[in-house]
Design a protein around this ligand. Structure first.
Ligand SMILES: Nc1ncnc2c1ncn2[C@@H]1O[C@H](COP(=O)(O)OP(=O)(O)O)[C@@H](O)[C@H]1O
Ligand SMILES: [Mg+2]
Length: 236
């Protein structure tokens, strides 16, 4: 089993070495739990530690926000972009306001993403966040869209992280109830002030840790303490 290391301190230990290469992993958590930081760090580490190019697809905010977010960690993404080791691609969702031809428009965006993946030979892909789609699509279209979307992402052969903004519970990990079924893996992030934690809910194709662990965010990014466990009662 080939693994893709996240390079995030502590996380690969929880995943018995890393994410099975080619998987599609959902990163679930409420606002401010660290989803954008974790996924950015995954791409940054891929480029700087493993020589793997990464594509960051954002469905929210603007490119300046993202660059700013990364710069607050002194991650020099400008150089990585120049070296074609990282690309940030923003999907404009305004076109979805026109309810006709939604399928075609999404198809167009997927082809655009595919083009970007090929352009830099990306091995790592992030889509942040899938949740904003809910503002544009009604639930039945959303379900089929998300299924098709992640199918196509899978065909691109990248190891992918998709974020979903939701407060994960013990039994539910996604905003629309479908993302978790299309995903090969689910990683949940929690913030119960002042404590942050991370829990690997599932990961197809590998053994993985079964407990929540402390997570810290500082100027170096995210660090996970894989040795200390957090009890569930402390998270609720
Ligand atoms: N340099 C930093 N040091 C410590 N914590 C930080 C730093 N930068 C951001 N954070 C924390 O990370 C949070 C944002 O994380 P983010 O990944 O954007 O969350 P999400 O994408 O899940 O909404 C902020 O609310 C803040 O608490
Ligand atoms: Mg975010």
């Amino acid at each position: 089993m080939e693994k893709t290391k996240t390079g995030i301190p502590g996380l690969d230990d929880l995943l018995n070495g890393g994410i099975p290469t080619g998987s599609n992993v959902l990163i679930a958590g409420g606002a401010g739990t660290g989803k954008t930081i974790l996924t950015t760090q995954y791409l940054y580490n891929g480029a700087t530690q493993f020589g793997e190019a990464g594509l960051f697809v954002t469905l929210e905010g603007n490119i300046r926000d993202i660059s700013w977010n990364m710069e607050s960690f002194q991650w020099d993404i400008k150089t990585l972009q120049e070296q074609k080791l990282m690309t940030i691609y923003r999907i404009n969702l305004d076109y979805l306001k026109d309810r006709t031809m939604i399928e075609e428009r999404i198809q167009e965006q997927l082809m655009e993403i595919e083009k970007e993946v090929k352009e830099i030979n990306a091995k790592r892909l992030v889509v942040d966040s899938t949740t904003v789609l809910g503002a544009y699509l009604d639930s039945s279209i959303l379900r089929t869209t998300l299924f098709k979307f992640s199918d196509r992402l899978k065909e691109m052969g990248c190891t992918t992280m998709l974020t979903t903004e939701t407060q994960p519970t013990k039994t539910s990990f996604s905003a629309f109830g479908v993302e978790e079924f299309v995903a090969d893996g689910i990683i949940a992030l929690y913030f119960t002030p002042p404590n942050r934690s991370i829990f690997v809910r599932k990961m197809r194709g590998t053994k993985h840790d079964k407990d929540p662990h402390p997570l810290d965010i500082n100027e170096m990014g995210i660090t996970i303490n894989s040795r200390d466990k957090i009890i569930w009662e402390a998270i609720k």
